[in-house]
Design a protein around this ligand. Structure first.
Ligand SMILES: Nc1ncnc2c1ncn2[C@@H]1O[C@H](COP(=O)(O)OP(=O)(O)OP(=O)(O)O)[C@@H](O)[C@H]1O
Length: 202
C-alpha cells in the first residue's frame, strides 16, 4: 500500500493540495480523477519525488522502480520512433526482446512506422509511442498523466487493452479527467481529488 498522509503543497502562496490523504493499493490500477487544475499532476509529481511537499508524508514507494508517461510525450523529436523506444535500454542489461518490441508496436498500431522520425508522426502516434516506451522499461510502479490524450475511440480501446494486459499485478496510477476511461480501466479503484482541495487556504 502507498499511503499519502496530510500532504500540503503550494506554489507561490497558492495552495494546491491541502492536508490531502489517500491510499493506493499495490498491484492494482488506480485512476485519479478531478477537474482541470485541481492538482492531479502535482500529486503525481510529489509521488514521483519530482516535487517536495510543504508538509506531509508519502510512504510505500521506497525501492520501487518507476516508469512514467508525462502529460507531454517527451520524445526525442530528431530520432526515429524505434530509437526512442530503445534508448532507455542502451546502457544497462535489459530483458527487452525483439518479439516483445514487435508485439507492442503491433498492439498499438505503430508497426511500419519504426523508422519514421518522431516529428513525422501524428499526435496520437507520439502518445502511443510514449506509452509503449514506458511499458517496455522494467518497472514496479507506473505513473501515467493523461496517457490516452488525443486518441480516437477505437485506438483508445486498443491502447487501454494493451495497458491492462501489460500491467496485470502491477501498481499503476493513472490521471484522467475522462470517466469513460475510468469505467474501462478499473471502475472499482478511483481516487477523486475533490474541488475543495484547490483554493486559498492561507
Ligand atoms: N510549477 C508550478 N508553479 C506554479 N504553479 C503551479 C506549478 N505547477 C502547477 N501549478 C499550479 O497548481 C495548480 C494545479 O496544477 P496541476 O497541473 O497539478 O493540475 P491538474 O489537475 O493536473 O490539471 P490538468 O487536468 O489541467 O492537467 C494549477 O493552478 C497550476 O497553475
Amino acid at each position: 500500500m502507498i499511503t499519502v498522509k496530510n500532504l500540503t503543497k503550494s506554489y507561490q502562496g497558492q495552495v494546491v493540495l491541502h492536508d490531502f490523504n489517500a491510499t493506493f493499493q499495490t498491484g492494482l490500477l488506480t485512476c485519479v480523477l478531478g477537474a482541470s487544475g485541481i492538482g492531479k499532476t502535482t500529486l503525481l509529481r510529489l509521488l514521483m519525488g519530482l516535487e517536495s511537499p510543504d508538509s506531509g508524508t508519502i510512504l510505500g514507494l521506497d525501492g520501487l522502480r518507476p516508469s512514467v508517461v508525462f502529460q507531454e510525450d517527451r520524445l526525442c523529436q530528431g530520432l526515429t520512433l524505434e530509437t526512442n523506444l530503445l534508448l532507455p535500454h542502451i546502457h544497462k542489461p535489459s530483458p527487452l526482446t525483439l518479439s516483445t518490441l514487435q508485439q507492442g508496436l503491433q498492439a498499438l498500431d505503430l508497426s511500419g512506422n519504426e523508422h519514421k522520425l518522431v516529428q513525422q508522426l501524428s499526435g496520437g502516434m507520439m502518445r502511443r509511442t510514449a506509452l509503449l516506451r514506458a511499458l517496455l522499461i522494467p518497472f514496479d510502479i507506473l505513473f501515467l498523466d493523461e496517457p490516452f490524450k488525443g486518441l480516437d475511440g477505437e485506438t483508445k480501446i486498443k491502447t487501454m487493452d494493451y495497458l491492462k494486459a501489460q500491467t496485470q499485478g502491477k501498481t499503476v496510477i493513472c490521471i484522467t479527467h475522462d470517466p469513460s476511461e475510468v469505467s474501462y480501466l478499473n471502475p472499482q479503484n478511483i481516487l477523486h481529488i475533490p474541488s475543495q482541495q484547490n483554493g486559498d487556504f492561507s
